[in-house]
Design a protein around this ligand. Structure first.
Ligand SMILES: NC(=O)c1ccc[n+]([C@@H]2O[C@H](COP(=O)([O-])OP(=O)(O)OC[C@H]3O[C@@H](n4cnc5c(N)ncnc54)[C@H](O)[C@@H]3O)[C@@H](O)[C@H]2O)c1
Length: 308
């Protein structure tokens, strides 16, 4: 890792934070920062995402209070919702939660580099895009780091932190300090497509879908094997439904692109489910049905389907 010589803010507590993308992860990550006392600007160009955002943050705050007994004060008052990245001009720590599409993230990082203060750190929630690749679209690759929050971010205490060879020690230190303020512990890994978690998990999900497609077992049985035999909490296909099958599909495409490995070619069943709008829990149906968990908000606006 290279060492940056610029001066650093003396404290990470309460620094203005930006979150780019108000989807499944962005809302959860924004709630984590606001609950820890940070003023947060959340940027999403899509009006539906901004309209739903405050209620989804409230729901997470209620869930955290109920499950953990934590009272985080006026969480919603610390959040500002914006359509344009220009609103991030004062953000000193920004978390990218845009879709897992390479061109979308490249453009987002270019914009952040133009807009944010020189000392700002750019952290990406990307599931699979190498951090070095994202850093190369900025003039500050030493200040770009991976913060792969887990879903749902307000209830998951561990973050996979990925550093590229260009990420400075100071950036890593600041990132670990910020995560500590959120009450998150970090597991630090090197760079590479999918890092550790998704390089392994996505192959498992893809193979689990192939097993269903082949008729060897249905989705419930596949998950039960993982739950009852291996002690997994939910199994690979319920995990995929929680992530969002659109995001799983995008992540497989990214992994295929950056590894060149045919094993990441999405199973046709997965592609069919996404094409049919059955993208998992957020749509009320994926590999499994979620009748009481339906959402009318599409996971992603129509027309945003620019695959890598
Ligand atoms: N879903 C998961 O379980 C999970 C877990 C860990 C990491 N991730 C990663 O987090 C990132 C976000 O995933 P998600 O599941 O929240 O996706 P999502 O599709 O639910 O949300 C993406 C949001 O980004 C917005 N968006 C689109 N283009 C944008 C732009 N140019 N600028 C700002 N916002 C824009 C969309 O309107 C949408 O609200 C991805 O990189 C994904 O791989 C997802």
């Amino acid at each position: 890792m290279s060492e940056s010589k610029d001066s650093e803010p003396s404290s990470t507590t309460g620094i203005p934070v930006g979150v780019v993308g108000a989807g499944t992860m962005g809302v959860g990550v924004a709630q984590c920062f606001a609950a820890a006392g940070h003023p947060v600007v959340v940027v999403d160009p899509h009006p539906a995402a901004r309209a739903d955002g405050p209620e989804r943050v409230r729901a997470w705050t209620r869930a955290v209070r109920l499950l953990r007994g934590a009272d985080s004060g006026p969480v919603e008052e610390r959040l500002l919702w914006a359509a344009e990245p220009a609103a991030l001009a004062d953000a000193h720590f920004v978390v990218d939660c845009t879709p897992e599409r390479v061109p979308v993230k490249e453009e987002a990082f270019r914009a952040l580099d133009r807009i944010c203060p020189d000392d700002a750190v750019f952290a990406s929630c990307t599931s699979a895009i190498p951090i070095g690749h994202l850093g190369s679209f900025t003039g500050r690759p030493d200040r770009v780091v991976g913060t792969h929050f887990m879903n749902p971010a307000p209830l998951k205490d561990t973050v996979e932190v990925a550093t590229s060879p260009a990420t400075s020690e100071q950036t890593l230190r600041r990132t670990l300090d910020v995560l500590a303020v959120l009450g998150k512990q970090a597991i630090v890994v090197g760079d590479g497509p999918g890092f550790v978690s998704n390089r392994v998990l996505m192959l498992t999900v893809n193979e689990a879908a192939a097993v269903v497609e082949a008729g060897t077992a249905d989705a419930a049985t596949v998950d039960r094997i993982f739950q009852d035999c291996f002690g997994h909490a939910t199994g690979p296909l319920r995990t995929a439904d929680l992530i969002g099958l659109d995001t799983v599909l995008d992540t497989l495409v990214v992994l295929g692109r950056f590894t060149g490995d045919e094993r990441f070619r999405p199973t046709p069943l997965l592609s069919r489910l996404v094409a049919g709008g059955n993208v998992g829990r957020k749509a009320g149906r994926g590999f499994h049905p979620y009748p009481s968990n339906t959402s009318t908000r599409p996971s992603r606006p129509a027309g945003a389907d620019t695959r890598v």
